[in-house]
Design a protein around this ligand. Sequence first.
Ligand SMILES: [Zn+2]
Length: 305
Amino acid sequence: MPETTAAERIAALGYDYGARAREHLADCNLCGTSGRAVEVARRDRYGYPATLLVCERCGLGYLSPRLSASDYAHFYDGVYRPLVTAYHGRRIDAETVQREQREYGAELAAFLGPLLPSSTETILDVGGSTGVVAGVLAERLDARATVLDPSPDELAAARSAGMETVAGFAEDFDPGERDWDLVLLCQTIDHLRDVRGTLAALRRMTAPGGHAFVDIVDVDIVLRRTGAIEHVVKIDHPFYLTRPTAAAFFAVAGYSIVAERVSADGHRGFVLAPGARSEPDWHGLGVAGTRFLAGVRALRTHRPA
Ligand SMILES: [Zn+2]
């Protein structure tokens, strides 16, 4: 690539985020509270005017305003991959993503293999793209894979690899009586527009005695690593989770945490088992949220203006 800065490459894309992000979130997606969110960033890592709010009651971070559903569809149809390519200064497309997913899938299979019962026969990968991760796991676990994804092009690749495919979003998918032994939500939760609704849907699709695997970008870890909240915020992530807020989302959905791991890139993965829904410790979440906000401010004062 020629000698250009990330800012120049991003500007050349001509994407006007500020003109498109108009949808305000009235309520916190985790605790349902309105009017208790504080603004912690006005700009994202690409330089776009993205506003990050953190709920004072529960510590959940989220963009507001943000893109509407149709603007997100437009964003993923032709803006997202060129944007991350411009940001990193290296090619990121369907081919490089598949290579990364093969590595991710192999690592995940090595982690999940010893934890799952031998009766794991069916896998559903929600947001499973071209089915690379589902395929690696299906082979490792000797299971049948189904891929749910909104992109017809990516599903065509999964279908040609012999997998069952379903076009759509998890929030809208109605599987009827059907459920799966292992339900995956890999590197996807931060991109969702409704975390609570998606996890409720995931819970319905998880067989009794089955498991789910969900990973988050742990904002506590990434903030420590990057040193400024503006490096953490990106318009492709409507939501910003930590270990406490993720655990609270799982409790509300009716999942208990069976095992977890932190990968080198700051993803925190959880193996979940279906159980009873429970009320999170809202006071403890508020304390963790206050600590997070203090951490953001402390980094700001230690940085030259
Ligand atoms: Zn909240």
